[in-house]
Ligand binder design. Structure first.
Ligand SMILES: C[S@@+](CC[C@H](N)C(=O)[O-])C[C@H]1O[C@@H](n2cnc3c(N)ncnc32)[C@H](O)[C@@H]1O
Length: 210
């Protein structure tokens, strides 16, 4: 394994991503921030370690980190690896507010599957709404995608929920290429990234989708 390989592990990439993009948009986290990872799957382990690197290098202590996914199986490997370091909540995130208490300073959504079904954008739109209600007023939501088919609808859905997009585009710290789409697009872990804050207009019951 080369030095470059060691610097390009997913946890290192997450630490670099947080360092670069939070600084670029003057976003500061307080000590022991609350962090919510929605649709966390088993890759939650890498994100959690990346967050730890970031917090340690900024003297910000230890996070109160919550990982949510639909079923226990979805985050089973992550739970076995991380144990009590993370609070795992099995639930449909469309109903997040009834399972998790805010506010959170950082909401992470890695590779939400908006394009898997025609209902995808609507499902995730509802999840983004719920997340907005749990996001601290000074907090930030970071969403990554491995192809444009998820990235663009995610941005549209966030804007519909009145988030203010700070950045949308290629991630400076992408991961490995794992496939190619039928149209020839290389599918790459964390290829695109979105940073969003709550907009000035409050997300409220009037925005609820049924
Ligand atoms: C493409 S996977 C990404 C998993 C992980 N974040 C990663 O980057 O490897 C999408 C994840 O979203 C979860 N998910 C889909 N719909 C959800 C919902 N309604 N509530 C909670 N999680 C959901 C899935 O179970 C799955 O783990």
């Amino acid at each position: 394994m080369t030095k470059t390989d060691l610097e390009n592990t997913p946890d290192r990439r997450w630490a670099n991503t947080l360092t670069e993009y939070l600084a670029r948009y003057n976003i500061t986290l307080g000590e022991n921030p609350r962090i919510l990872n929605i649709g966390c799957g088993k890759n939650v382990t890498w994100n959690f370690l990346g967050v730890l690197f970031y917090l340690a290098s900024h003297d910000l202590g230890f996070p109160d980190y919550v990982g949510v996914d639909v079923t226990e199986e979805a985050f089973g490997d992550g739970k076995r690896a991380l144990g009590d370091l993370v609070t795992f909540v099995p639930c449909d995130a469309r109903d997040l507010g009834n399972h998790v208490k805010g506010p959170f300073h950082l909401v992470i959504i890695e590779h939400p599957n908006l394009s898997t079904s025609p209902e995808g954008p609507r499902i995730w739109g509802k999840i983004f709404q719920e997340a907005g209600e749990l996001l601290d007023d000074n907090g930030v939501l970071i969403l990554t995608s491995f192809w444009l088919n998820d990235h663009i609808p995610a941005q549209i859905a966030l804007e519909r929920c009145h988030y203010r997009i700070l950045y949308s585009g290629r991630n400076q710290f992408p991961g490995r290429r794992f496939d190619t789409s039928s149209s020839g697009e290389p599918l790459v872990m964390e290829k695109y990234i979105l940073l969003a804050r709550k907009g000035t207009r409050r997300i409220g019951p009037q925005d609820r989708q049924q």
